[in-house]
Design a protein around this ligand. Structure first.
Ligand code: GRF
Length: 202
């Protein structure tokens, strides 16, 4: 089996990244992790990735000021140098420009802590509680130009209890995310062929 080459983009804790890295240890899993890329030099997830012997890289968005596309071009170069086929955003907290999204169209997925199409954007748990919803959940979806609007690949749900706060909900949902993301990523991978890269001069 030819495994797709995976990059995981993170900004912080990296617990979803770790769930994916664990899943990739299975010989039958369809992707292999090649690169973990963070926009923050002190992201906790970078240290975790090293314990899985995955190459890590920081492209610090702050050094690019307001030049979002320049920041993304640097990421794009690293991703293409690593001959990446598929990207998983896992707590990556930068909104991507249409240019970058188009470059990786059909090859980039994200996990979002709500039952999309409900509650795109931030503060999803608070908004679900305030609306009186009885359930919430998490969604893995394709990344398109509109934030959190791409087609849903898979979702899982949990009940919202009357005593729940945004914090308790986030806490209870996290293991559900860890279970969902590797499964959904494998489903996404089935729809992707390896990206064609020009032969490298060695
Ligand atoms: C998760 O709740 C994920 O759904 C959201 O950001 C959080 C990232 O957590 N997009 P972690 O970095 O994977 O621990």
């Amino acid at each position: 089996m030819t495994k797709l080459r995976l990059a995981i983009l993170i900004s912080g804790r990296g617990s979803n990244m770790e769930a994916i890295l664990k899943a990739t240890q299975d010989a039958d899993y369809p992707v292999k992790p090649v690169l973990v890329l963070s926009n923050k030099p002190n992201a906790q997830g970078l240290e975790i990735a090293k314990t899985y012997s995955v190459e890590t890289l920081t492209v610090d968005h702050r050094t690019f000021g307001k030049e979002r596309e320049a920041f993304e071009r640097e990421m794009h170069v690293a991703l293409t140098n690593a001959r990446i086929d598929i990207i998983a955003l896992a707590g990556f907290m930068r909104v991507l420009t249409p240019w970058f999204v188009r470059e990786w169209s059909g090859r980039m997925v994200n996990i979002h802590p709500s039952l999309l199409p409900k509650y795109t954007g931030l503060d999803t748990h608070q908004r679900a509680i305030r609306a009186g919803d009885t359930h919430t959940g998490c969604s893995v979806h394709w990344v398109t130009e509109d934030v959190d609007e791409g087609g849903v690949i898979a979702q899982d749900r949990i009940e919202i209890k009357p005593t729940d706060t945004a914090e308790t909900l986030a806490q209870r949902l996290l293991p559900v995310e860890h279970n969902l993301y590797p499964r959904a990523l494998a489903m996404a991978a089935k729809q992707i062929t390896p990206r064609i890269y020009a032969a490298q001069n060695c």
